[in-house]
Design a protein around this ligand. Structure first.
Ligand code: C2E
Ligand code: MG
Ligand code: MG
Ligand code: MG
Length: 288
């Protein structure tokens, strides 16, 4: 016998499938009912220039703590918000939250901010985000918008137009998770972008996997040829750092340097790393 749902129609889903649908609906409902202004926040992960041993910027990463669900991973709730139509509200809150922290940062540190490609196809939505940045008094050249390739492909012409619009305002653009989607040389060349971020899946096994190492080398070459900055994601070990440094890649984001941090910890991290070499000064308070 097939299980019967409340309307009497047979239900053929496997229990696992059933659970995941129920979970998705539950998540959507929680998200809709949540007090997002209280429950949403951002953490910041440093992007380090290893040639100068400096923090160049921070990527803002969305966090949602719900009293009932606990901490929900961004991969999950961002997808839910996209489907439920609340991604616009959510992104606005996250941007405001990130900009608030950014006001305490030194001027030479940028913010890298993930944009759901759904937002790119709405000029009015992008205009709203741009206005928020202007009103916060943050110079556009201190903001990088990260987009992933998968969604660009679905609405290519419209997205390209939107990317040009964003760049015409002085913002930079990064193609995130590069290598996991449909990336081809000809199409990357057509995108008005400033940087690529190599997906961390290629870094993970670089030490033992020559194929992955070759892919990273190829992406590094591509960036040089197209004059794009290249950020390496997911560097966790000394060995991985060595391998990417050998490929002349010097913008690194990963647990090796730091996990995503709360605002105060992020600022402290940058202050310590970017501090000028200490001058020799004699002070009574420095007896230790
Ligand atoms: P992403 O944009 O590629 O962000 C990098 C993810 O890799 C983050 O996961 C970060 O914590 C993780 N990561 C960084 N370094 C390492 C490392 O060395 N090892 C490992 N294992 N992981 C590392 P997180 O915070 O869970 O975010 C997951 C994804 O959720 C993001 O991937 C992004 O696609 C999405 N996301 C996060 N915040 C936002 C947001 O504000 N808006 C949108 N549209 N998407 C967001
Ligand atoms: Mg990102
Ligand atoms: Mg990424
Ligand atoms: Mg990712």
């Amino acid at each position: 016998f097939a299980k019967q749902n409340t309307k009497g129609a047979p239900v053929f889903f496997s229990e696992k499938h059933e659970n995941s649908i129920r979970d998705a609906l539950a998540l959507e409902q929680r998200l809709t009912e949540a007090d997002l202004e209280k429950e949403l926040y951002v953490e910041f992960q440093p992007i380090v220039d290893t040639q100068h041993n400096r923090v160049k910027g921070f990527e803002a990463l969305a966090r949602w703590y719900n009293p009932v669900l606990g901490q929900v991973p961004p991969d999950e709730f961002i997808k839910t918000a996209e489907q439920a139509g609340s991604i616009r509200v959510l992104t606005t809150l996250l941007l405001q939250c990130a900009l608030k922290s950014m006001k305490n940062w030194p001027e030479d540190i940028y913010l890298s901010f993930n944009l759901s490609a759904i937002l790119l196809s709405s000029t009015s939505c992008m205009q709203r985000l741009i206005t928020i940045i202007e009103e916060a008094g943050i110079a556009p050249n201190r903001i990088v918008f990260e987009i992933t390739e998968t969604m660009i492909m679905q609405d290519f012409d419209r997205v390209i137009e939107s990317l040009h619009y964003i760049r015409s305002h002085g913002f930079a653009l990064a193609l995130d998770d590069f290598g996991t989607g449909y990336s081809s040389l000809s199409y990357v060349q057509k995108l008005p972008i400033d940087r690529l971020k190599i997906d961390r899946s290629f870094i993970k096994d670089m030490a033992k996997n020559t194929a992955d190492r070759n892919i990273v080398r190829t992406i590094a070459d591509l960036c040089r040829n197209l004059d794009l900055d290249c950020v390496v994601e997911g560097v966790e070990t000394e060995r991985q750092l060595q391998l990417v440094t050998d490929l002349d890649l010097h913008y690194i984001q990963g647990y090796y340097f730091s996990r995503p941090l709360a605002p105060a910890a992020a600022l402290a991290f940058a202050q310590v790393m970017n501090e000028k070499p200490p001058e020799k000064k004699v002070s009574n308070q420095n007896r230790w």
